[in-house]
Ligand binder design. Sequence first.
Ligand code: F6P
Length: 329
Amino acid sequence: MENKIKRIGVLTSGGDSPGMNAAVRAVVRTAITCGMECIGIRRGWQGLIQSDFVPLDAASVGHILDRGGTMLYTARSEDFRTEQGRQRAMATCKMLGLDAIVAIGGDGTFRGALEFSRMGMSVVGIPATIDNDIGCTNYTIGFDTACNTAIECIDKLRDTMQSHERCSVVEVMGRNAGFLALYVGISVGATAVLVPERGTDFEHDVIDRIRSARLAGNTHFMVVVAEGAGSAVDIGKKIHEAIGIEPRVTVLGHIQRGGSPNARDRETATRMGYFAVKALSEGRSNIVITTHDGSITEVNIEEALQMKKSLQMDRYEVLEAVGISMPHR
Ligand code: F6P
């Protein structure tokens, strides 16, 4: 069967994440292997509106597999939320002769892609965000590297907290989700972890845990706060008011989004990029590429956007049991 898709556009949109470049590379190289041309759209959906593009060949995506950030730049486009903005983006697609768009990003990116598909453009989404908060997929590109970056920082903080016998309150990213905080909290052996998915009982979840750790002989404490669960500065103040110790507060911030992608992110991004283009070459579109138990799968984009993912509370139980032993709430 003749492949109807001759030229595809690829873009990265929303917050960047380590591994986006690996996905771009895989999309471009697979497209060429499948006899398609590939055009890079710079600055996400905004770039499509502004006709900001760069033709990509196999060599132009060389030496990016190991690089953080995105060679295509990224943006959060307000204009693309409007009908008028999307019309202009469609005009760019027509002018460039694009038959499909591969959009690499998170929830906002896919909402834009869905609207665009409703106007007749074929789209495929590849989930990439350090938040891991996309309902249709077990895993999003960049999450593992971001966890490792946060862990590395917190391990360093622990050295100085231990020397000075202090309490550290560390805020990690994740927007409205606690995946990053929970995985990192387990991995650094945090005294307490606050996530937005679980209502915080400050006395039980923070103060009692610090107290128990102290009674067990610990003299330094690590409290990890997901940004969606509150401000680390406020938590630090409350700890001071409640038990008199003066925590040192660290907001890890955008450092978590940078850095060379690790093995998991390079491998997942490469496979997702490959499967995105394969799907297009086989006549399937308007889907999001997903992972399920380690395999790459796909979900219709409309359904994908309705799917919810809950934080695995069994992991929270592990954290509670292993961090320090506490009686049940
Ligand atoms: O979605 C990724 C993310 O890093 C979130 O964890 C965070 O809340 C947000 O982006 C920060 O966005 P910005 O880079 O626009 O400050």
